[in-house]
Design a protein around this ligand. Sequence first.
Ligand code: NAD
Length: 371
Amino acid sequence: MLQTHAPRTVRVPVENTTLTITDITADAAGLDAFDNHERVWHGRDTVRGLNAIVAIHNTALGPGLGGTRVWPHETFEAALTDVLRLSRGMTFKSAIAGMDFGGGKALIIANSKTDKTPALLEAYAEMLAALDGQYYTGEDVGFTVADADFLRARTPNVTGTTVGGSGNPSPVTAHGVFLGVKAALKHRGIDRLEGVHVAVQGLGSVGWTLCEKLAAEGARLTVTDIDDARIRQAVEAFGATGVATDAILPVPAQVFAPCALGGVLSAETIPALGAKIVAGAANNQLARHEDARLLMERGVLYAPDYVINAGGLLNVAAELAPGGYDRDATMEKVAKIPDTLADIFRRAEEQNRPTNDIASEIADERIAARR
Ligand SMILES: NC(=O)c1ccc[n+]([C@@H]2O[C@H](COP(=O)([O-])OP(=O)(O)OC[C@H]3O[C@@H](n4cnc5c(N)ncnc54)[C@H](O)[C@@H]3O)[C@@H](O)[C@H]2O)c1
């Protein structure tokens, strides 16, 4: 297993570069989302257009591992809040999946369709290299396998590459979510997908593959995306019903599968939720941890996001294991996601507590044991 590199001062600015990397941990500590992050770095290169944050939450179990998101947040504070919440989630995701990695995440503030130039990625590769093993990255929203390969040719701290063999993590994430949807239905006494109505929000890499799997077993789909073309494709491919983005939450489906961005379930939106199960891929589905209690009080079974969507992380982490990527061994680990969920659902019910309380307790115990 990899050696943990404690966060420390990075050797930047590197000679002959326009990149600067600043430790902004103290600034980040002022935000609600900070939650004792070990280190937060800001990489800036005005010449090459890089404006990136790398957040390292907790390295008790190993170096920070988490994808790079490319998203054009309107303010730096919004970006920082997003990356801090995502990074913290990675700590829990790794811990509960039994992995020897810590929580980390990166966010490049940019539009992935228009701003993600080779020069920007070059600068980002320099930033990752300078962090020298504190943080390993991979795909997330707006960051593709091709981007990962581009970085991997310049720095070793990159997973989810064709070079390392694991490639795109999204199909593996989707498979884990699919198994998780079934586990949630099973907990509610439903043993087959045929005729089950699932509302899917977001038809990107994960959401689309999830729809394929659900449709193949006879589920009835209602779908949405901000991209109308994607909705039309899903209507054609799966016989799905397409709805506007603001109409997905109230759909009276059995399962709501959020597969877009985070924060969709909040005190404001939960009263409108039509489904009695929430099981999807998106990270940080709840606006606040406490919102899981609102779901529980409404009789909604919530599959904690970082438990159900751990497939992709298991897949990319396998690239870093001794001996390299082993697909069969990885899929065996993914196949345990429904067991973990079933255990969480059972304990939550017995103790009359929200499922995410139980999940974070299990993760905390593992981190504390290592300390
Ligand atoms: N890709 C993975 O392996 C992986 C692993 C774990 C978690 N996740 C999480 O799952 C989610 C989806 O990831 P992805 O890789 O499929 O991303 P993606 O970028 O391929 O897809 C996201 C989709 O959501 C759509 N979308 C954005 N905002 C929307 C809105 N308000 N309403 C409806 N649709 C909207 C986008 O148009 C896009 O089609 C993200 O939250 C990501 O962090 C992904």
